[in-house]
Design a protein around this ligand. Structure first.
Ligand SMILES: NC(=O)c1ccc[n+]([C@@H]2O[C@H](COP(=O)([O-])OP(=O)(O)OC[C@H]3O[C@@H](n4cnc5c(N)ncnc54)[C@H](OP(=O)(O)O)[C@@H]3O)[C@@H](O)[C@H]2O)c1
Length: 264
């Protein structure tokens, strides 16, 4: 009898709660070996314990705002073996006006939501290119395609991901590495609780839109289907994802709608 096929290894950055934890559960249920990263090892350990019986999971702490920690963590992960799927999910949102938000807060959101993912990609993807095999999953947002009040830097960070990863996609064409960009609508997670106010303090409120959003495990199952089909970009959520289509085809209408829109 031949050797058992190697489990695919999925490195999820931002795996301690919400969408990242749900993706870990979905990948593990499908037999993947998960490497779980974020700032909080204790929370990651409890996600690891919640995965399907017989799952393999490793916890590697990382702070997306710390480039040297990203390099160290990437080395540690690659020492464990090849990464088949890199999931760039960690992120923080915003609940503050564009003109009021401290520059420090603007930089912090960009650091975590954009630069951290660029650094992680630069540390991991050359090994995928060398093997001519791998997949990058980028968790953007509907806000990566449109902008609404009180989300200026969040929207900017997500738009930046689209620009960077579309360029990378073109550079990697025919080199065996694919990119799937996920644009979630409202998903029921603690993202609004962790969102930042103008001065960097936490919003600390579960917004109604979040509470009424899609269940994170339902989101993860839909996301996994799109990932396995190697879709280039997919929006997953409720009626709010129509905003992307409206903005593409009738931008003036979408601009009128979001003008009066107050997230909460
Ligand atoms: N929920 C939604 O409605 C929604 C909609 C569109 C897009 N998204 C996107 O989905 C992704 C996941 O968000 P979520 O909804 O699941 O929110 P969440 O529950 O607040 O999860 C955020 C994740 O990011 C990690 N993270 C935050 N700062 C980090 C840092 N400096 N270094 C490393 N990891 C960090 C957190 O881990 P630690 O705190 O342990 O570091 C956590 O695992 C985000 O990119 C978000 O923008 C969510």
């Amino acid at each position: 009898m031949g050797d058992a096929p190697r489990r695919r290894t999925v490195w999820i950055v931002g795996a301690s709660t919400g969408i990242g934890a749900a993706l870990a559960r979905a990948f593990a249920a499908g037999g993947a070996r998960c490497v779980l990263s974020s700032r909080r090892p204790g929370a990651l350990e409890s996600v690891a314990r919640s995965l399907a019986t017989g799952s393999e999971a490793v916890v590697v702490p990382i702070d997306l705002a710390d480039p040297s920690a990203i390099e160290t963590a990437a080395k540690q992960v690659l020492d464990l073996g090849p990464v088949d799927v890199l999931v760039l999910n960690g992120g923080i949102s915003q609940r503050a006006g564009a003109l009021e938000t401290d520059l420090e807060v603007v930089r912090r959101i960009m650091e975590v939501n954009f630069f951290g993912h660029v650094a992680t990609t630069r540390a991991v993807v050359p090994s995928m290119v060398a093997r001519r095999s791998g997949q990058i999953v980028v968790v953007s947002s509907v806000m990566g395609r449109i902008g609404t009040p009180l989300r200026s830097t969040y929207a900017a960070s997500k738009h930046a991901l689209h620009g960077w990863f579309e360029s990378l996609r073109a550079e990697l064409a025919d080199r065996g590495v694919s990119i799937t960009i996920l644009c979630p609508g409202y998903v029921r997670t603690d993202i609004s609780i962790h969102a930042l106010h103008a001065d960097g303090s936490s919003h600390a409120v579960m917004d109604g839109q979040q509470e009424r959003g899609m269940d994170a495990d339902v989101f993860a199952r839909k996301a996994l289907r799109a990932i396995d089909r190697r879709r280039a970009e997919v929006a997953i959520g409720g009626a709010e994802i129509v905003g992307i289509t409206l903005f593409r085809f009738v931008p003036a209408l979408l601009r009128r709608i979001v003008r009066g829109y107050r997230p909460g």
